[in-house]
Design a protein. Structure first.
Length: 265
């Protein structure tokens, strides 16, 4: 199933779904997909007119592929403008992904500060794409295309503090608007920004992840290339702390992201 198909399944009320091994990432399902599906289950419990403002995601344990996963949602508080919601992905009675979300309706305000422009980036056509090679590249990359414009590929020995380029869905037939669920997959598609520092393979994964969405969201569709850049702020003792952002093809800020990642090498 394509990403949009799984999003529609959860949006349509499916409380349980099985993720194919083609969406695998090592021994687990792709984390960005796990977060996207939990978010969709949460979104269904929030009143219209309250877009998501921020999500705090913890990958408690690996989500197994080809095994049913159930989504459990709890509305913690619903105020006049803001809803606080907790979502869980559960397998075999164990929580594997935990998401706390803040959804807020717009308010009148005298404060308006424009986002800084997107950083310089080589055009899509000039950037090297990470190819999908079965058995070598993570399985989920058959659905997501990344082109490097800054920094190096994973395990290339590139010591830059920055990494990024362009990303979009691969193989999506329908051209439809990108939602926050799609963005979760697009942002998390990128490997931890510390992996290019290594010159040999070593596993690495997200431990915690917070992401904030710019509302109203700029118009982007599932065939568009979005710009991404991550910056390593600190790394030591097998943990890295990275800040990142994503922009529309027109350079409009879409999302701001922070991750704590683990590296076993």
């Amino acid at each position: 199933m394509q990403l949009s198909e799984m999003i529609r399944a959860v949006r349509g009320g499916s409380e349980t779904i099985s993720i194919s091994s083609t969406w695998g990432q090592g021994r687990a399902a792709f984390g960005g997909l796990a977060a996207a599906l939990v978010y969709e289950a949460m979104r269904a419990r929030v009143p219209e007119g309250r877009p998501v403002r921020s999500l705090a995601i913890t990958f408690v344990g690996p989500m197994a592929v080809d095994m049913p996963v159930t989504f459990d949602v709890e509305v913690l508080r619903e105020g006049k403008a803001v809803s606080q919601v907790l979502g869980r992905a559960v397998q075999n009675g164990q929580v594997v992904t935990l998401v706390q979300g803040s959804f807020g309706a717009p308010r009148e305000s005298a404060i308006e500060v424009s986002a800084e422009p997107a950083p310089p980036m080589p055009p899509v056509e000039a950037c090297q794409e990470l190819p999908y090679v079965q058995g070598i590249a993570p399985e989920f990359t058959r659905y997501l295309a990344m082109r490097w414009g800054v920094g190096g590929l994973p395990f290339s020995g590139n010591r830059s503090r920055e990494m990024g380029g362009w990303v979009r869905l691969r193989g999506e037939v329908l051209r439809e608007p990108v939602t926050e669920a799609h963005l979760l997959a697009l942002v998390d598609a990128w490997p931890p920004a510390v992996l290019p520092h290594l010159n040999r393979f070593a596993p690495g994964s997200s431990l915690t992840w917070t992401i904030e969405f710019v509302q109203p969201m700029p118009a982007v569709d599932t065939h568009d290339w979005c710009q991404y850049r991550a910056v390593i702020e600190h790394a030591r003792d097998g943990y890295g702390h990275c800040a990142a952002a994503m922009w529309s093809p027109k350079g409009e800020l879409i999302a701001i992201s922070r991750q704590t990642v683990t590296v076993f090498g």
